[in-house]
Design a protein around this ligand. Structure first.
Ligand code: ARG
Length: 395
């Protein structure tokens, strides 16, 4: 019998990718190798393996990518202060190029000609994965089953699997679509599709309700080295541990929720709920330290580039020349971003309440209004005169 062609499917074990796994075998006659990336979301390797096998997968590959995800994707985005449309810290968007990179790698090792994913035809993730694959994997072809077939509703998908006697989603029938990793959770669908409706408390999984959060504020110290967080309360932690710890701490105080109507790449406005306790806290703390150590020009110039960077991450342009050039710029700006920041977590808010650094540009003797003042105020009049000179009305 002729050997079948192989496809590597990015597989979560959820409803969409379970249907894709059956469809690729049935409609395309392919051997399917599933690939699952552990980015720190809800994750049961045993269950995923069992499901994949029971659904006819030739092989089931799972990789723990948490460390690579935080070091090489999330921390660069932190240095860049990347936030999309002021409300999205980009957890889902940062995970996709990493998944694309490993899809390509698995396909090469396994001798597969195709890769596949369960993204829908109207979202951003299809773009991110496919642009990633086409930039990194010369000659690999992508199959996107959900763009080709007629199954629309989640009910129809369940029927499709039931008819074939295949395992379908793990019991809990949630009306929401949830994507979660260490950098945050994204929640959409169901009642959330009405942008006027307040999200019910049940959609959140990483954050406590601010109303039910502890009555007492908690101050924590976060240490940074060259723009990268390295410690909490003086204790050195690995990137993954630090982010996990902060997710627990800030999540308990209800920090990092946002409710956003955002602009998707395909032209749609969509409503998404985000919760990103660690990412939000780190972005706030990091910015607090930058304000202490960077020059005015770098701070202002960087702000504009942060926005551009966030748009590129959102748009799946991770493995591109401008993105790399921007990383080089941000790295240069981070040389002095070493020090400690105190943040206060309290009922959904996260505030910088202190910062210190050996690289501080804060000069008390210039800033003070007390006896030790060394600022030469006699120079101010001349400065003001020349600063406003271009705009002076002729007498
Ligand atoms: N809107 C976010 C993005 O484009 C998240 C997409 C996935 N959301 C989800 N709930 N599954 O990055």
């Amino acid at each position: 019998m002729a050997r079948k062609d192989k496809v590597v499917l990015a597989y979560s074990g959820g409803l969409d990718t379970s249907c894709c796994l059956a469809w690729l075998q049935e409609e395309r006659g392919l051997d399917v190798i599933t690939f699952t990336a552990d980015l720190g979301g809800e994750f049961k390797p045993g269950e995923i393996q069992r499901k994949a096998r029971a659904s006819g997968a030739l092989k089931c590959i799972i990789r723990d990518l948490k460390d690579e995800f935080i070091r090489d994707f999330c921390f660069p985005a932190l240095k860049a202060q990347a936030v999309y449309e002021s409300g999205y810290t980009l957890g889902t968007a940062l995970g996709r190029p990493l998944i694309a990179k490993h899809l390509v790698d698995v396909a090469r090792r396994e001798g597969a000609q195709f890769v596949s994913h369960g993204c829908t035809g109207k979202g951003n993730d299809q773009v991110r994965i496919e642009v990633g694959v086409s930039t990194l994997g010369r000659g690999l072809q992508v199959i996107a089953p959900l763009r080709e077939w007629d199954l629309k509703t989640r009910e129809e998908e369940r029927e499709y699997l039931k008819e074939r006697g295949l395992p379908f989603s793990s019991g809990r029938k949630t009306p929401y679509s949830i994507d979660r990793n260490l950098w945050g959770g994204s929640i959409e669908c169901g009642a959330l599709e009405n942008p006027w409706v307040e999200p019910p408390e049940e959609v959140y999984g990483l954050t406590k309700s601010p109303a039910g959060a502890p009555q007492k504020p908690q101050v924590i110290r976060i240490g940074f080295r060259k723009g990268v967080p390295v410690s909490i309360n003086g204790r050195a932690l690995s990137p993954v541990h630090l982010v996990k710890r902060l997710n627990a701490l800030a999540g308990m105080h209800g920090v990092g929720r946002s409710d956003l109507v955002e602009d998707r790449l395909v032209g749609i406005k969509s409503r998404e709920i985000y919760e990103a306790p660690a990412a939000t806290t780190l972005l706030i703390a990091h910015r607090g330290l930058e304000n202490l150590v960077l020059t005015r020009e770098v701070i202002h110039y960087k702000e504009a580039l942060s926005n551009q960077y966030a748009q590129m991450v959102y748009g799946g342009l991770w493995f591109t020349p401008l993105k790399r050039a921007l990383d080089a710029f941000f790295d240069e700006t981070q040389k002095d971003v070493t020090g400690e920041v105190k943040v206060k977590l309290f009922k959904g808010s996260c505030q910088v309440v202190g910062r210190r650094s050996a690289q501080s540009r804060y000069r008390w003797e210039w800033a003070t209004y007390s006896a030790g003042d060394r600022f030469d105020r006699t120079q101010a009049a001349g400065f003001i005169k020349l600063w406003g000179l271009p705009y002076e009305r002729a007498k």
